[in-house]
Design a protein around this ligand. Structure first.
Ligand code: HSE
Length: 400
């Protein structure tokens, strides 16, 4: 019997219990043993809930029970998740988590701790929700030198941008809907300011090189400045605006950034809508691959946690190889990454903008009082320099 404990009976934690109960037969066949949720840790009681008898309030009861071999940490945040995870791993109890905040900050330490205690720290659900991406990184893609990744890795912002694009929805209303659907973090700032996606691309970049990419070093812009008028320009250009995470190795230097981009209709990420995520990966011999699925939400995220539970149950007393040490990677200044920009200036500044920028195309989205254009490919420092010369810029968005 595999006894599992779930820490945190919120959106993902309750999903984990539901996935285990719904797919029990399949899961048991794949493990070759029976499985049960023995404990649910939460501060609250859940009277009337079918699993109310499993709810406990004291973590010691779980971590000191020798029958518990796997813990699902679905609390989120740093503490007490960090302390609970360390305690479990040091006792040889495997931990499966959706907590990207903790993985991005302490992944190497927790993996090392697990390996020293012959158990596993697994985090498939921390990136891309239900999309299998961590496991491919650690197994199917190990023959590759991965030099480029670009993805939509946040369900909340993709949902918001899709509603703004398709329904003309207001930013705040779309955010409220995303929260109601269980996509958003407790504090949506992490989603809309891009911190959540920067943690995810830092985790993937770390797995690619095997060292520690600090999410705090990732150049990050969120979507809070995107307006309905920007969306109108995107439509006029046959594009959609997406919050993208990019990790690119150029001549041995690693650039990692998060920013809104205008994505062209012929790009594979154009069709990724609502809470769906996708990650596009280029390997030197494999060429392009892409992974797609529900990037957020209760059951998809829980499914990824439970897939890790199955893996841990199949490897009791054995370590699953994850190469990720704590050597810090120095990122190269993302301002040196080149792209084209859509730039909007007041019509009165047209002459100044024309002399400051090399313009590849003028864009008309029906705004008589504006002059808008696409620049030639430049890096961000060059953009800033030209923008200073041009005077006032209403908005600018990169193109891909
Ligand atoms: N808030 C996250 C998102 C949850 O919207 O993608 C899944 O990581």
């Amino acid at each position: 019997m595999i006894n599992v404990a779930v820490l945190g009976y919120g959106t993902v934690g309750s999903g984990v219990v539901e996935v285990i109960e719904t797919n029990k037969k399949d899961i048991e066949r794949k493990i070759g043993a029976s499985i049960q949720v023995k404990y649910i840790l939460d501060l609250r009681d859940f009277p009337g809930d079918p699993y109310e008898d499993k709810v406990v309030h004291d973590y010691e009861e779980i971590v000191n029970d020798p029958e518990v071999s796997i813990i699902c940490e679905t609390m989120g945040g740093m503490e007490p998740a960090y302390a609970f995870t360390k305690k479990a791993l040091s006792k040889g109890i495997s931990v499966c988590t959706s907590n990207k905040e903790l993985v991005a900050a302490h992944g190497p330490e927790l993996i090392h701790l697990a390996q020293s205690n012959k158990c596993n720290y697994m985090f498939e659900a921390s990136v891309g929700g239900g999309i299998p991406i961590i496991r491919p990184m650690n197994s199917a893609l190990t023959a590759e030198h991965i030099d480029f990744m670009m993805g939509i890795l946040n369900g909340t912002t993709n949902y918001i941008l899709t509603r703004m694009d398709e329904d003309g929805a207001d930013f705040r209303d779309a955010l409220k809907e995303a929260q109601e659907l269980g996509y958003a973090e407790k504090d949506p700032t992490a989603d809309i300011e891009g911190y959540d996606i920067s943690r995810k691309i830092a985790i993937l970049s770390s797995l690619v090189c095997g060292h520690y990419v600090n999410y705090e070093d990732v150049y990050t812009e969120g979507i809070t400045k995107i307006t309905a008028d920007d969306i109108k320009y995107a439509k006029a250009m046959n594009r959609v605006i997406k919050l993208l995470a990019v990790s690119r190795e150029i001549k041995g230097k690693l650039f990692v950034m998060v920013a809104p981009f205008m994505v062209s209709r012929d790009h594979p990420l154009y069709m990724v809508k609502d809470s769906f995520n996708a990650i596009f990966i280029h390997g030197n011999t494999l060429d392009d691959t892409m992974y797609y699925g529900r990037g957020a939400g209760k059951l998809p995220t829980a499914s990824a946690v439970v897939a890790d539970v199955v893996d841990c149950a199949r490897h009791i007393g054995k370590c699953i190889t994850i190469l990720w040490d704590d050597e810090k990677v120095e990122l190269t200044d993302a301002n040196k990454l080149r792209s084209q920009y859509l730039v909007r200036v007041p019509a009165s500044e047209k002459a100044a903008a024309e002399s400051a920028f090399k313009i590849s195309e003028v864009v008309d989205a029906g705004f008589a009082n504006e002059f808008a254009f696409v620049t030639e490919e430049i890096d961000h420092d060059e953009y800033e320099e030209a923008a200073r010369k041009a005077g006032s810029v209403i908005s600018r968005i990169r193109l891909v």
